[in-house]
Write a protein that binds this ligand. Structure first.
Ligand SMILES: [Fe+2]
Ligand SMILES: [Fe+2]
Length: 154
């Protein structure tokens, strides 16, 4: 997949979100062993955008909601949540935080709310949500493997 060629169009859709302090703050949190929550969110957003554009789906919604899908400000290991509870709760927290900072379409809300589908409810309500939940899992697996390999090499 040629990722770079879509970058300028992508930025036209997300510039305001990406520059927002509420999103930039995600850089302070580790995610999947080797990356930050901001970088993970960018990976999900951009890869989802490129695929949605190719498919003729709502690429703006996946790009914007992809950046907001993990908009929570805690490290799971510092909380009393079990892994299962965290899977169930954080999409709702992210949605509340996203709504506080941005104007969201129905599709964008659904993408954030259902991105943990298969490990938690609810089921996606549109094809764009199915796309983002799959790309989220793909990126998480890739980031996690990269983190493990880096750790082994040290
Ligand atoms: Fe998540
Ligand atoms: Fe995620």
């Amino acid at each position: 997949m040629k990722l770079k060629k879509h970058y300028s169009d992508y930025m036209d859709h997300v510039r305001d979100v990406l520059r927002s302090p509420s999103i930039q703050r995600l850089e302070e949190f580790d995610q999947h062993m080797g990356t930050t929550r901001l970088r993970h969110s960018f990976n999900v957003s951009y890869r989802s955008y490129v695929l949605a554009k190719k498919l003729g789906w709502d690429s703006r919604a996946v790009a914007r909601a992809g950046l907001m899908h993990d908009m929570f400000y805690y490290n799971f290991r510092d909380t009393d949540y079990t892994a299962r509870e965290h899977c169930r709760i954080h999409p709702q927290i992210a949605l509340e935080n996203a709504k506080k900072n941005f104007e969201l379409s129905g599709k964008e809300s659904d993408i954030i709310r259902s991105h943990m589908w298969l490990t938690a409810k609810p089921r996606p309500g549109c094809k764009e949500s199915y796309l983002v939940t799959m790309i989220d899992k793909y990126c998480a697996a890739q980031e996690f493997c990269k983190g493990v390999i880096t750790k082994i090499r040290k």
